[in-house]
Unconditional design. Sequence first.
Length: 304
Amino acid sequence: MGKREHSPSPAPPSTPSPLEDLQISDDSVLAQTAERTMCPNCAKTVKYFCYRCFEVYGVDRAALPTVHLPVPLDVIKHENELDGKSTAVHARILAPDDVQLYTHGNIPEYEHPERTLLLFPGPDAKTLSEIPRESFDRIVVVDGTWRQAQRITREAPQLKGMQQITIAPRKTTFWRFQDKGDTHLATIEAIYYTYREFADAYETDKPYHGQYDDLLFYYRFFYNVIQSKYKNNKRLKFNHRHKNTNYIQYNDKSEDEPSKMDENDAVDSDKPKNDAFHLDDGANENKQAVAQADDSAKDEDSHQ
């Protein structure tokens, strides 16, 4: 997969990113993707990747990292969630041999659900350190809002009998505001920390060496693009609901209160997103802030 480098995204923020300590591959190759293109498979206009067909565009796929997961992952996405606003697709693209995405109405039948772990903080949920490694063969994550995830977990018969698991609380770096607190993570963050805890629980023969950090390859890139955009243009105001969270890492106090722009210049965060297991289903970058970094910014299905 090549040598890992702690390389920043294009125009990196001056304040070190909280993701920079991870062993994420150099993402500067993504800066070469300047234009959107039409996916020949689904005829959708996309950038970086197609979130329906999972094909990479703008760069050679060989230039991107590939993550190999120790246990296969299935992502169950609520049918009402826009494809272009799901960070779970990052896992499908970066770990193509080990990740499958399904909609709520197309959940597969699990022959042995008792051998499948479901990431959901139910009353009987356990941490991976409490579960014998030989007792499971697959992990399932639900991608949706809190209510959607509850509904899927409650109503989908395919998920019955699965052992629910939870992960330790961590502070999110997600750019989309949600009102459930800063320990509710983006879906890709929750996926990453699940496998990070897998390493701590079962791969103890040697120290963790960053083997799952590239799950956050696209996520870190988008995070840095957003930070840089707002830091480099003090006139822009990030989502007002982030006002008291200091989300944009300005360099000094004089930059903490950029002037208010027209509402069309603010980050488009039309509704809070959160879900049942510290997840938040999306990558809803403002089209100015991220320069079309995510297909949800301008795709015809984005409903902006």
